[in-house]
Design a protein around this ligand. Structure first.
Ligand code: AMP
Length: 435
């Protein structure tokens, strides 16, 4: 065994929590992204792609310095010129940065964007949790209107249900705005302070830095305290109350079922008013306990623009779906990307001469827009025909040495097994004439 084997293994091992997406797996992502984009385009959304690297400060300010994402999970780097950059841990801050940078407030409002791409968080990898993961996101910028919140929630539901994902649960809450959140936060801190001995150490820290996060705590010890905690909706000012009521009314009208969840705050600083999460209720392997798989979430972020230095507020709402989880969720219906066509022809080549000639055949078929499939790596006729049978392709084209020399191919009907010899130059026309 070579001495440096260990070194080599480590070198060709991908980074923990990050993985290659190869062949048909890639098409799973691409197929879903296409279908989700189709829904977004129906609703008038336009695509946006922001860079994967942004200034670290964008996320520190936008997402909030005392959040898990900013404190523990960001991949940051210092360039040779001394700039501090971060791999984007989420999509909203970049989209808002782009809106502000390009002065989009002077365009007719609201602006509606969709995006798909990789995001990076240094979390502990486990099933369904990666360090490079993929999100499909929607953002509506430049409107306070509650209908935008409801539309985003409904669109996420539509996208997921179209993809065969049922048993969806939509959790909803309003965490208020600058007028009323202070009161709620004070009451929450007062309440938790009375129970300091009964809560976990993390929650004691959260109380100091980011008190709303105590409601996110999953620690068993904190659950009874959490159950008796004050609820943000009891502290909403009249503006927030009205806004939330309208969101609920729109959802009721659109027959979108939801569950009011007072413990839902979501971890990021930029949220105001509406926050929501979509999850799928699945059965455990033993079919006993139901488990909840978080597929997406979002909310309103009316103050993000000012936090990033804008003079004007840009009220906005958005959401993202975790694509890695969606495409592996039970019931997910695989969408084939548009570039993949159902093959009409299985192309078989049988000799070195034929292999050279095969490019001419492939070009002829491509020009005639006839979708094909082939196995360049397989050599035996039997193996290739068996593959064609398996794929239920209606025709096979066989190119052997003799045909290669004559500039012809054999076209075989896979059903009747009848065969014709056809000139390569005439192949497109011939195949188009077949049913
Ligand atoms: P968030 O931006 O945290 O609200 O995440 C939105 C959705 O992205 C979640 O509901 C998950 O489905 C997905 N997601 C978040 N973090 C990860 C991760 N580390 N790995 C895979 N999916 C993730």
């Amino acid at each position: 065994m070579p001495k440096n084997k260990k070194v080599n293994e480590a070198t060709y091992q991908s980074v923990k929590g990050m993985h290659d997406i190869i062949g048909d797996d890639f098409y799973l992502y691409q197929g879903f992204a296409e279908r989700a984009a189709e829904v977004a385009i129906y609703y008038g959304f336009k695509p946006i792609e922001t860079p994967m690297l942004e200034k670290e400060e964008l996320f520190l300010r936008g997402v909030g310095e005392v959040t898990d994402i900013a404190q523990k999970e960001m991949y940051t780097l210092k360039t040779r010129g001394g700039d501090r950059l971060a791999l984007r841990p989420e999509g909203t801050a970049g989209v808002m940065r782009s809106y502000l940078e390009h002065g989009m407030h002077s365009l007719p409002q609201p602006l509606m964007f969709y995006y798909f791409g990789p995001f990076f968080r240094h979390e502990n990898p486990q099933a369904g949790r990666y360090r490079q993961f993929y999100q499909f996101g929607l953002e509506v910028l430049g409107t306070k209107k509650s209908v935008a919140d409801a539309m985003i929630i409904m669109m996420l539901k539509t996208i997921l249900e179209d993809a065969g994902i049922n048993n969806l649960q939509i959790d909803l809450n309003s965490i208020g705005d600058a007028d009323c959140r202070g009161n709620f936060r004070r009451e929450l801190v007062n309440y938790y302070k009375k129970h300091l001995r009964d809560i976990c150490a993390d929650c004691r820290e959260r109380l100091k830095d980011n008190p709303l996060r105590v409601l996110d705590c999953k620690n068993e010890k904190c659950q009874p305290i959490k159950a008796g905690a004050p609820e943000s909706i009891s502290y909403l000012c009249s503006g927030c109350k009205e806004h939330f009521k309208e969101v609920l009314e729109y959802l009721d009208t659109m027959k979108v079922e939801y569950r009011l969840n007072p413990a839902l705050v979501r971890g990021l600083d930029y949220y105001t008013r509406t926050v929501f999460e979509l999850s799928m209720v699945t059965e455990s392997e033993l079919g006993e306990k139901s488990q909840s798989l978080a597929l997406g979430g979002g909310g309103r972020y009316d103050y993000l623009a000012k936090t990033l230095g804008s003079k004007k507020d840009v009220p906005a709402v958005g959401a993202s779906l975790g694509v890695d989880r969606v495409i592996t969720a039970p019931g997910y219906e695989k969408f084939t990307p548009r570039i993949i066509k159902k093959p009409k022809v299985y192309f078989i080549q049988l000799s070195p001469e034929a292999k050279m000639k095969s490019f001419e055949v492939i070009e002829t078929l491509r020009y005639a827009k006839i979708p094909i499939v082939h196995a360049m790596a397989k050599d035996s006729l039997g193996a290739q025909l068996a593959q064609a049978e398996k794929l239920k392709v209606p025709f096979a084209i066989i190119l052997g040495q003799k045909e290669a020399l004559e500039g012809t191919v054999i076209v075989r009907n896979m059903d009747s097994h009848s065969q014709d010899t056809v000139k390569i130059a005439k192949l497109g026309e011939y195949l188009k004439g077949l049913k």
